[in-house]
Design a protein around this ligand. Structure first.
Ligand SMILES: [Zn+2]
Length: 255
């Protein structure tokens, strides 16, 4: 079976697709003729238990480890397909696939499978370290909308980041301008960790729901990926330091 079908079957089995359809239904209810041309984002948090996925479908587990961004692309397509099932809704016609985005969150990531601190690697990477400093939250753009000054038809572009240079119109090649009123932002902090077996500290961007997990002085196991030198984190798991077990005297050992 093709891997994207395997993902769909897995999502069906785990009830994600029902959940996605509900989310899409809410999204469509919130749409009106007025908002539709403003390209609101549809975001869905997809929480995957990695151990469970590996056990139930090693193929998908391997894909997640080797190419997490490809995994997200496939999940984006499934979310968009769920939205398309409401085809009787006339507002659907103007919704673009680029408005739809999965937020991947992972739990139970097995440490042993993942190479640590690797650059130039498309797969999942992990970091382990103690949180020693954290900056104040700042806004980051997760959804930006760009339009053509010549008002060419269907030339709007939706990006899930803020590009360094403005994109160009696919019709007339003019430089697009950003509709800054349509920009959607999240919160981001820079968290500084000491890394085990390393004298250097590591600064990582941590966003939205993951920020709440951070406490200074605690140790964390983080999983993410690096794309064009930017780190995207999918999980921030606190490492519990186990208390030393109470030792009982060895019977007969103290004579
Ligand atoms: Zn144009």
């Amino acid at each position: 079976m093709e891997v994207r079908c395997e993902l769909l079957v897995y999502f069906e089995k785990k009830g994600y697709t029902v959940d996605m359809r509900n989310k899409c239904s809410e999204f469509l209810e919130d749409l009106s003729e007025k908002t539709i041309r403003r390209f609101p984002p549809l975001r869905y948090i997809c929480s995957i238990n990695v151990m469970e996925l590996l056990e139930e479908n090693p193929n998908l587990g391997t894909l997640l480890f080797a190419e997490p961004m490809e995994f997200i692309n496939m999940a984006d397509n499934i979310l968009y397909a769920c939205l398309r099932t409401y085809e009787q809704n006339p507002l659907l016609e103007s919704v673009r696939d680029s408005q739809v985005k999965i937020i991947l969150r992972l739990s139970s990531v097995p440490e042993l499978f993942v190479p640590t601190n690797q650059h130039h690697y498309n797969g999942l990477v992990t970091f382990k370290g103690m949180l020693i400093d954290i900056t104040k939250p700042v806004h980051y753009a997760f959804h930006t909308v760009w339009s053509c000054p010549e008002e060419c038809e269907d030339s709007e572009v939706i990006l899930h980041y803020l590009p360094e240079c403005a994109p160009k119109c696919c019709v007339c090649k003019s430089v697009l301008f950003e509709n800054s009123a349509l920009r959607r932002c999240g919160e981001e902090v820079k968290a500084i960790f000491t890394v085990e077996n390393d004298f250097l500290s590591k600064t990582l961007p941590i966003t939205d729901d993951l920020i709440l997990k951070l406490r200074l002085g605690n140790k964390y196991f983080l999983t993410g990926t690096v794309v064009k030198k930017k780190v995207y984190l999918f999980s921030v798991e606190e490492l519990q330091t186990l208390a030393a077990p109470l030792t009982a005297p060895i019977p007969g050992g103290n004579k």
